[in-house]
Design a protein around this ligand. Structure first.
Ligand code: SAH
Length: 268
């Protein structure tokens, strides 16, 4: 069989959110080059005799350079191997897939793309946030507040669209500058927003607030993303978290687990 590369989305974290196609491709891989964010349960699906390399950033270690990753994909495929490039979420959303596609095309390597559930969709589902809503949000905009070091486009549409849900990837923990950027681009300070951290994993936590109060929010662990717009108010446990904020009851995170306990405690 001639070599082939599969650019595969692993979904947002929960291994059950891997597609059947991703699972099939992964199980027949000779080589897997994966991102650092891929969890152990998904990595465990890689065949034992396959070569598996982490090419992402982890624990302060430098990630492999994109050019080197492109070259490895080409080299392995030229050895007639089935090569999987496994990425978090969907490979075509902030996944640098464009560069890999270009390199593979130039090298004349056959490739397929297997979509995955992007973080925005995983986070929305597990936090119970409808990203569009007949009455309050008729469009969805995916943005990043992370600036490409090598001079990629950084600008957001100005002003940002009204009656729209914005999902901001890679907000990091500098909520203050994200809030400022949103306000600079026309978002009202009383707009609702939700930070969803480690979405779809057992460690997931959600914090609902407003743009005005975002800077004072607890620094939830990465990976996290920010959902901005009226729909964010519909997130689960909204009322309890709002009460907790007012009473300054929790100092740090608001994990889903335990919220009912906390509610019982509060009603005493
Ligand atoms: N291709 C990926 C995105 C890669 S960029 C996708 O489609 O999801 C990495 C960013 O995605 C993180 O900084 C974070 O903003 C977001 N992200 C990835 N996994 C996440 C998760 N489980 N919970 C919240 N955000 C996540």
């Amino acid at each position: 069989m001639p070599g082939k590369v599969f650019l595969v989305g692993a979904g947002p974290g929960d291994p059950e959110l891997l597609t059947l196609k991703a699972l099939r491709v992964l199980k027949s891989a000779d080589v897997v080059l994966h991102d650092a964010l891929i969890g152990p349960e998904i990595l465990a699906l890689i065949p034992r005799n396959a070569i598996s390399e982490n090419v992402g950033k982890r624990c302060g270690m430098k990630s492999a350079r994109q050019q080197d990753i492109n070259q490895s994909l080409i080299n392995y495929a030229r050895l007639d191997l089935q090569v999987v490039r496994l990425k978090g979420g969907d490979p075509l959303i902030f996944g640098r897939c464009g560069e890999e596609i270009e390199a593979l095309r130039q090298a004349g390597i056959d490739f397929d793309i297997v979509p995955g559930i992007t973080a925005a969709l995983g986070a929305a589902a597990s936090a119970h946030i409808p990203l569009t809503h007949r009455d309050i949000a008729s469009s969805l905009v995916i943005l990043t507040s992370h600036r490409a070091k090598d001079g990629g486009p950084d600008s957001w549409p100005t002003p940002l669209p009204k009656n729209s849900t914005l999902v901001i990837y890679m907000p990091g923990q500098d909520y203050e500058s994200v809030a400022q950027k949103l306000v600079d681009n026309g978002i009202a300070t009383d707009t609702a927003c939700a930070i969803v951290s480690q979405a779809t994993s057992p460690e997931e936590s959600v914090h609902v607030t407003t743009i005005e109060r975002l800077a004072a929010s607890p620094k939830l662990p990465t990976p996290n993303l920010l959902v901005v717009g009226a729909v964010a108010e519909l997130a689960d446990h909204r009322s309890l978290i709002a009460i907790a904020e007012e009473q300054d009851f929790f100092s740090q995170e608001y994990p889903h687990e335990g919220i009912e306990e906390q509610a019982k405690w509060q009603s005493k």
